[in-house]
Design a protein around this ligand. Sequence first.
Ligand SMILES: [Ca+2]
Ligand SMILES: [Ca+2]
Ligand SMILES: [Ca+2]
Length: 523
Amino acid sequence: MKKRWLLFLSLASVGILLISTTSRPQASRELGKRTKAISKTAATSWSTPVNISNTVFDSESPFLALDDNGKAYVTWVDWTGGYSRNMMFNTNVSGSWGAAKIGAPLIYTAIDDVGFPTIAASPLGGSASVAYHDGDFSRYLMSIFGFEYNNGSLGTSHVITNDAPVACSYVTMAVSPTTKNLFMIFMADVAEGFQLALKYQDANTKAWTAPALISANMAQSNYLPQMCIDAKGTAHVVWITRPAGAVVWYSKNTTPTNPNTWTAPFQISPTTGLDWTYPRVAADADSDAYVVWHDLTTGNSEVFLRKTVNGQWQTAENISQTPLLSETGTVAVHGTTKEIYIAWHERVVEAQNWDVLMRTYEEEYLNGPKKWSAVVNFSNSPSYSGEPCLRATPEGDIHLVYFETVGNNREIMHSYKEEIKVYPPTSLNLATAIDKILFYSEKVNTLTFSMNSQNQADYLDSYKVYRKKVGESDDQFQLLATLNTSTFTYTDKHLSLTQKYVYAVTAVDKGGNESDKAAVTEK
Ligand SMILES: [Ca+2]
Ligand SMILES: [Ca+2]
Ligand SMILES: [Ca+2]
């Protein structure tokens, strides 16, 4: 038992980070006046951030998961006094944010190096899992705990690594979009130091596999894993080693249920010049990886991005390029357009104000060239704002959570940017009439249609009317007319009585994006 106590305490004495010790800003008790609506990025529009915690305690360290319907599931920490904390939960799966729920209070409240909840959601919607580390006093071992959300209710927190004979901490989770299995990777305090271990929960049986080491060959301790699983089911994980300053590593596994098929660790960053950095990883639908972290290699704390293109690592890019401290980068990527969203917090006025900043690499027009935006101050508020977490849905909706000082405590804010889609008009109808003009007759085709209610009227620019002969291929469609958005009819005159046509109408938005064609064939 004594040895196990040592294992238990060994983690406590490592002094692992954290936000709470090395960089957690002191809560400002001054009444900070909330500024008006948060600024928008240049190219896109984000929803006005909503306070989703609404608790009297400082709410910090949010993590976000999304289902395929774009509903959000968020966990965070409420500091309830001293080192006492509640692991919190909220979701808007019902269509709106309800009251935040307490998932579990921490058990081991003598130290601050416990907690750090993370979350994963079922792509199908309606369920999510939260995991964190805490002291298991029945075994005297630091352990991974978790609780589940299912259809409106939270389950009881319980130990998930009770089959691990060593201390386990700092968990990251993701659900595979292909198998729906829930994966978790965490630090296991084995004889070789901290090694990464993996468990997964089978989607059908709900049984967890026994823990398996996935970095057993690493000669040094490994810390702070963060994982994601892309649309093909490939798992990506980043973490750090820190024998002489934090270094960021990456590995992936196309068959993550097999612990032996992780790629050899690849060094992402140089020695960062920091004791700790917190890498994050996202991936696109082609399994290309996007890793962010912050470091001091330029002499200033900056957020860097390194990504693969067709599986090949590119050089690191300095994303923040600001004169102040840029920390805690987070990244989301649109799976198919490969648009990139990066946020971090910036110590704007040390000991007074941090803000959440953002840069995006977005298309100006559908399939147009992508370019990096300027740095945008997303929170733009007078007191502490920080710890952003970005996620993307498969459709390309982007969501953001972060903490903001509201009144005299910190709250978790949520904002999102929906992928703007433009839909073809509805109720497309064709009426044919014959005009008799003196000695001959001609045909008149009249199209009518309606605005698609899924489109925002003020975002539409025009409708386009096309025509081809019956039997021709779609690339023979020729533009007949461009109509303004209040015109829902088009008359095609002087037509031969014998030739029949196919008509198509599209909607075009103010960004130049054109919808699919709604088509109608002359009878
Ligand atoms: Ca709060
Ligand atoms: Ca900077
Ligand atoms: Ca601020």
